[in-house]
Design a protein around this ligand. Structure first.
Ligand code: UDP
Length: 487
């Protein structure tokens, strides 16, 4: 029989999506809860477990209750190559996405069996497992949801789903306003994800995710109140959702090792120390960091334009390039790396993003607008050049450029999965212009820099004792405890 303390201890099972942009913040949240005395289990597959086990093992050695529970990923059954357990390994093959989604849906049965075995008090399941609410519900376990995005995006998607403002417009490039949200925000149909683009044919997955958002016990959001106050309130009060803001979760990684190892999914040609030593030789705010997250794959033509745009801008840069299949790298302009010696550093593979952004030499970030990247940039006080590509990145761009006014747009207008498809080429001139606007210390750039620095301070205060995030974390744990006692 367990002791009274055991009975009191909450057990929360996390079931993150196997994609870096979801797995990384889920593990951060899991650890944050574990450090507050909650017993935490992270459910994932063997290859994904390898990416996080060093962090979890270290935490366990420090005495907190955190563990990984593994389940097999049905890659082959779903028509994926053997060993493909993470969305990032199919990001150069967008046609494999349906197979990946099929594999996710096949996890339903093992998930149920694991819940029966482990009997956690709560489940925090990613939005990509909409069925988790019913599966957990059958066993009397309340399900919380994690979307890995902003309050703004959740409100924007609700506006689109509810009011369908894109139904009666003529062209994909015609601007329409998102009705019912706190700011006057315009979008075009070309910027919307495929699953919601045609209002008469919204995908089943989208509908299921949105129903799960409405019917689950509550939502965990990686954001902080001061960043998105109006949207945090809209989500709770107007949309009527129960939500807790626990971010920026990247700030829970305190030391060099934690930051360097966080999410490190593959080896790069240059390690964290080398990047930081290179940055040490640069003046404050003089270096641009260029990184498009874990999933984007550009065509050779686009990579070539980026290289030329960076060179033309005359600014120093660190550019993280996802490994391409072609070792010859035909996209690199002739003699580029020689000319850029001391001026530009190319990281091939996984860059230590948080460490780079926090370095005082970094003064701008070219980002694809993944929500983690935006929050990491805000937490480091770095203004952005926004280059959204797919997923919910076009909504997140609006947060940066229109709501917070801490970034400039490079000007992409067309959503395409993983960026692989070349629907829209951003030319070197547009890249150079955006870099100049952000890095040449003009009035506009200085105002953005000053705004993002204030947000950085707010982010840091939010996670400190008594800050808004810290208080919401306490409220979450209290709520879960009370609810557990009441049933
Ligand atoms: N990331 C990193 N190094 C890389 C690429 C990505 O550390 O070279 C991290 C980044 O810090 C962030 C996550 O991977 O935490 C990417 O999440 P985001 O939501 O920004 O974009 P996604 O990869 O989901 O498109």
């Amino acid at each position: 029989m367990g002791s009274a303390a055991d009975d009191e201890q909450l057990h929360v099972l996390f079931f993150p999506l196997m994609a870096p942009g979801h797995l990384i913040p889920s593990v951060d949240i899991a650890r944050i809860l574990a450090f507050r005395g909650v017993k935490v289990t992270i459910l994932t597959t063997p290859l994904n477990a390898l990416h996080i086990s060093h962090i979890v093992d270290r935490d366990r050695r420090s005495g907190i209750h955190i563990q990984i529970h593994q389940t097999r990923f049905p890659s082959v059954e779903a028509g994926l190559p053997e060993g493909c357990e993470n969305a990032s390994s199919i990001s150069d093959q967008p046609d494999m996405l349906p197979n990946f989604l099929k594999a996710l849906s096949m996890l339903q049965q093992p998930f149920e069996e694991i819940l029966q075995e482990l009997r956690p008090d709560y489940v925090v399941a990613d939005m990509f497992y909409p069925w988790a609410t019913d599966v957990a519900g059958k066993l009397g376990i309340p399900r919380l949801i994690f979307h890995s995005t902003s309050f703004f995006t959740l409100c924007a998607v609700d506006s689109l789903t509810r009011y369908k403002p894109h139904a009666n417009i003529v062209s994909d490039m015609e601007a329409f306003v998102l009705p019912g949200i706190p700011d006057q925000i315009e979008m075009t149909r070309s910027q919307l994800p495929d699953d919601i683009k045609d209002p008469n044919n919204i995908s089943e997955l989208h509908t299921c995710i949105w129903k799960a958002d409405e019917s689950c016990y509550g939502t965990l959001v990686n954001s902080f109140f001061e960043l998105e106050q109006a949207y945090a309130e809209h989500y709770r009060k107007v949309m009527g959702r129960k939500a807790w803001h626990l971010g920026p979760v990247c700030l829970s990684n305190k030391n060099f090792t934690e930051k360097a190892q966080r999410g490190n999914i593959n080896k790069a040609n240059i390690d964290a120390n080398e990047c930081l030593c290179w940055l040490d030789t640069k003046k404050p705010d003089s270096v641009l960091f260029v990184c498009f997250g874990s999933m984007s794959r550009f065509s050779s033509t686009q990579l070539h334009e980026i290289a030329m745009g960076l060179e033309d801008s005359g600014h120093s840069f660190i550019w993280a390039v996802r490994k391409t299949e072609d070792d010859q790298e035909p996209w690199l302009p002739d003699g580029f790396e020689k000319r850029m010696e001391g001026k530009g550093l190319i990281v091939r593979g996984w860059a230590p993003q948080v460490l780079i952004l926090e370095h005082p030499a970094v003064g701008g970030f070219v980002t694809h607008c993944g929500w983690n990247s935006i929050l990491e940039s805000v937490s480091a006080g770095v203004p952005m050049i926004t280059w959204p590509l797919f997923a919910e990145q076009f909504y997140n761009e609006k947060v940066v450029t229109m709501v917070l006014k801490i970034g400039v747009e490079v000007g992409t207008k067309t959503w395409r999965v993983f960026a692989g498809e070349e629907k829209e080429l951003v030319k070197r001139d547009a890249i150079k212009e955006a870099v100049t606007r952000l890095m040449d210390s003009g009035e506009e750039a200085e105002e953005m820099r000053s705004r993002v620095r204030k947000l950085k301070e707010m982010a840091r205060r939010a996670v400190e004792k008594g800050g808004s995030t810290d208080a919401d974390l306490t409220a979450l744990i209290e709520d879960l405890r009370l609810h557990k006692r009441s049933v």
